[in-house]
Design a protein around this ligand. Structure first.
Ligand code: PLP
Length: 393
């Protein structure tokens, strides 16, 4: 009998992967499943990015790279941040990692231990809470509420800070709600955080290029007063439809970048070399495919929200970013997990229970609209018929 470390018992998971596995198993049995569960764009990586990776392999980029990423890539990230957020960062502060998740893991390991507290969004990306618990730190949920469009309230963040708080995790635009935080609320938070100089902030901005209705993203990197303690997480997965390439990065405060690099050396050595060259092509190349993808997401967003609001027992606020809708299912009479299971097993539609994103997700489901309009309409039609059969009014 082996004895695992206690932390393993505290490690959670991302149930989107479990739902995906079950959906695939049902499909293998011949069932028709429409997948609105998955958190990845249903588009191919643009061709010029793929070609850059192929060229890198042909050119012999087969070896290890520096652990923090090749310099031209980190320079391209710095240029991109200047273009998008009008902020100057040094390539020395950029640490390229295999996917956005790795920055999360490193930041939490860097600050989390028994006795420390870490504030995180709830409902939020499930890995935050999982890794906080794994580190031994106490997770302190920050409720995100439908009445606020699922954006955070600065006062709610600030009142959770105690002398034990080491790190605050924020995410806008957000998974699973599609909510964003208003600039005024961000500025209020920044002012408040200036009074807590010992607290680090992990700002997960992986959906920063996925905003609707003419909204502009506000990066926490823009605030000089926080620059020595903001870790800004971003990556290629969502913007460039590159989830499988495993390409992410963070801008770390100057003093922390070398610690993040040391974690990388201990963990994965470096990111796949060819993928890094593809990352340069993504940042420096044409953006037409990204624009096309965003136009499609915006069209689907309008359709999915309208359809969800027409389902008996459902109501859905307009998501302002990412590619998720987070309808309230309270009036169906079903608990979120029960409805998730029934929709998958009986209706053939994969969606994710709000509770997979934390306790404050009860009463909600996450619909990813990374699927065609035809499939979104077919899925909501199936759900409508099933709810009518169940006599949900
Ligand atoms: C909020 C958020 N942050 C980070 C990630 C991780 O992205 P990656 O696939 O690059 O690890 C995701 C993926 O779904 C996400 O939703």
């Amino acid at each position: 009998m082996v004895t695992m470390a206690a932390g393993m018992g505290r490690l959670g998971t991302e149930s989107a992967f479990e739902v995906l596995a079950r959906a695939k198993a049902l499909e293998a049995q011949g069932r028709s499943i429409i997948n609105l569960g998955i958190g990845q764009p249903d588009f191919r990586t643009p061709d010029h990015i793929v070609e850059a990776a192929v060229k890198a392999l042909r050119d012999g980029h087969h070896g290890y790279t520096p652990a923090n990423g090749i310099l031209p890539l980190r320079e391209a990230v710095a240029e991109d941040l200047l273009r998008r957020h009008n902020v100057k960062v040094s390539p020395e502060q950029v640490v390229v990692v295999p996917g956005g998740k790795v920055t999360m893991f490193f930041a939490v390991l860097m600050f989390g231990e028994a006795g420390a507290e870490i504030i995180y969004p709830n409902p939020g990306f499930p890995i935050y809470e999982s890794v906080i618990k794994f580190s031994g730190a106490t997770p302190v949920p920050l409720p995100l509420l439908e009445k606020d469009g699922f954006g955070f309230s600065a006062d709610e963040v600030l009142k959770r800070i105690t002398p034990k708080t080491r790190l605050i995790i924020l995410n806008s635009p957000a998974n699973p709600t599609g909510g964003t935080s208003a600039k005024a609320e961000i500025e209020k938070l920044v002012k408040g955080l200036e009074k807590h100089p010992n607290v680090a902030i992990l700002s997960d901005e992986i959906y920063s290029e996925m905003l609707y209705g003419g909204r502009q993203h506000t990066s926490l990197l823009e605030y000089e007063s926080l620059r020595d303690r903001v870790i800004m997480l971003d990556g290629w997965s969502k913007t460039y439809a590159m989830t499988g390439w495993r390409m992410g990065y963070a801008v770390w405060p100057k003093d922390l970048a070398e610690h993040a690099t040391r974690l990388a050396i201990n963990c994965h050595s470096c990111v796949n070399a060819a993928a890094q060259w593809a990352g340069i092509a993504a940042l420096k190349g044409p953006k037409d495919d990204v624009a096309k993808m965003m136009k499609a997401f915006d069209e689907r967003r309008t359709i999915v929200v309208k359809e969800l609001n027409n389902l008996p027992g459902f109501s859905c606020v307009d998501p302002s970013g990412a590619f998720y809708a987070f309808p309230n299912i309270g009036k169906t009479g079903f608990a979120a997990k029960k409805l998730e299971l029934a929709l998958l097993e009986e209706v053939g539609v994969a969606v994710i229970a709000g509770t997979s994103f934390g306790s404050y997700g009860e009463g909600y489901l996450r619909f990813s609209y990374a699927n065609s309009v035809e499939n979104i309409l077919a899925a909501t039609d199936r759900i409508r018929k099933w709810l009518q059969q169940k006599k949900v009014a």
